[in-house]
Design a binder for this molecule. Structure first.
Ligand code: AMP
Length: 436
């Protein structure tokens, strides 16, 4: 469906054209008409579906239709996002789609000085995009007033829960007038998120975009069974293939991500890491270098990478399998953007076989196994015999001496309580302003 058929006003249509958007994506087609009518929305969708535009376009249209009041601009739309990278992306989207409307958008997050943010808040903004910790700080310092909010968006709510941000979010909601339109997005619906959605939404329309069939089907997936200690050798081996133009490599831990980069650099590969222990500047720079193709390999943890929008990413490599199967879909969805197929490679060691089983159950299919590689597991797992076998050849020579070498292993230390780990990270880093 075309944007003009969704009754989008001309200045926004013009801006979308500049962005190269010709048609609305399914979530935009479903969500925009309801949002324009003022109805609350519960969106079950992940990044990559076009959900940012699905809420940004109708909010911009609504704000543009309001009469301009003389005096300082008041914040009328608030968007909460879990990570600063996602917050920046959302804010950039509002600016891009609303560039002919004369509205002011500001993004605020921690890890940087608050002074430029409070300066802009003092001048006045219409749309505020924020991460919860910094916003709460600035509310407490009375730099932000939310009593004129008409649109409230909670994006990636499940991620906020994982990161231990839900209490901050609830405190922020207490400052927003109940008479508002609320748009609530979450890729998954754990019980606590459902409860929060029920509390803050009024008669919402529900829009679910199932990423599993739409995203996963167009991505070429494969799994390599490999000993933990050989994962780095396998990664080095695969990266000899020049057709891997840009690879986003997922590590379960921050330490693991650093170790992978160190080893890849030793082998002459161009790699950088992005995770919560890096400064805001280092993270932005690593992302910029990767987007500009100055860095070929970006090694990331889930939290750092979630929501990051990278066009034309050729490969996603799961160095460690995620403990939550939905995260697999989020990760590999990075390479299947806007209908483009991509390649997702997963490494699976002995301890991760149960995780692979959960993933296969979620996506309702077996991930093809690549047998033809020099770092096979000694004990072949059940899946290897049962699953379809993908005979992808690799030009790099086999190195029998290194076969089945059991290294000390890094980057795969199993966290038994991922949610607590993340919550601890958030609360610890909140003090240091690392995540915000
Ligand atoms: P999101 O799910 O909001 O992260 O969006 C994923 C990607 O799709 C971003 O790169 C957007 O710029 C892009 N996108 C959003 N809407 C459209 C559209 N209607 N047509 C083409 N690309 C789009």
């Amino acid at each position: 469906m075309l944007f003009k058929d969704l009754n989008i006003v001309e200045p926004i249509q013009r801006a979308l054209k500049t962005q190269g958007y010709s048609k609305a994506t399914p979530i935009q087609e479903k969500a925009i008409p309801s949002i324009l009518k003022g109805i609350d929305l519960l969106g079950c969708a992940q990044t990559g579906t076009g959900k940012t535009a699905a809420f940004a376009i109708p909010i911009l249209q609504g704000l543009a239709a309001e009469p301009q009041i003389k005096g300082k601009r008041q914040i009328k739309a608030l968007v909460l996002a879990p990570t600063r990278e996602l917050a920046i992306q959302i804010s950039d989207s509002f600016k891009a789609y609303g560039k002919h409307l004369g509205l002011k958008t500001l993004v605020i997050y921690g890890g940087v000085s608050q002074n430029p943010q409070t300066k802009f808040l003092g001048i006045g903004v219409d749309i505020l995009v924020a991460t919860p910790g910094r916003l709460l700080d600035l509310i407490n310092q009375r730099f932000v007033r939310l009593n004129n909010i008409k649109y409230f968006v909670l994006d990636e709510a499940d991620q906020m829960l994982d990161m231990g941000m839900l209490e901050d979010v609830k405190r922020i909601i207490d400052y927003i007038p109940p008479k508002r339109q609320t748009l609530f997005f979450s890729a998954t619906m754990p019980h606590e998120i459902e409860k929060l959605a029920n509390q803050i939404l009024k008669d919402p329309v529900k829009v679910a975009i199932t990423p599993v069939s739409s995203t996963v089907d167009i991505i070429e997936q494969s799994v390599y069974f490999v000993n933990k200690g050989n994962k780095i050798h396998l990664l080095n081996h695969l990266l000899k293939d020049k057709s891997i133009e840009s690879a986003l490599v997922f590590s379960r831990t921050k330490h693991g991500a650093d170790q992978i980069v160190k080893q890849l650099e030793k082998s002459g590969h161009n790699a950088q890491a992005i995770h919560g222990n890096k400064s805001q500047n280092a993270r932005q720079l690593a992302l910029k270098n990767f987007k500009e193709r100055k860095t070929r390999v970006l090694v990331a943890t889930d939290i750092a990478a979630r929501g990051i929008d990278i066009d034309e990413l050729s490969h996603v490599i799961n160095f460690d399998l995620p403990e939550v199967p939905e995260t697999y879909v989020h990760r590999i969805g990075r390479t299947g953007r806007a209908g483009l197929g991509g390649i997702a490679i997963s490494f699976c060691d002995q301890e991760e076989q149960a995780l692979l089983r959960d993933i296969q159950k979620l996506i309702s299919k077996a991930v093809p196994v690549v047998e033809d590689h020099p770092f096979q597991l000694i004990e072949k797992p059940f899946e290897m015999k049962a699953a379809a076998v993908l005979n992808r050849k690799h030009s790099a020579p086999k190195t029998p001496a290194s076969n089945n070498r059991r290294g000390s292993g890094f980057g795969a230390s199993k966290s038994n309580n991922r949610k607590n780990d993340k919550a601890r990270d958030y609360n610890k880093n909140k003090k240091n302003d690392k995540w915000q």
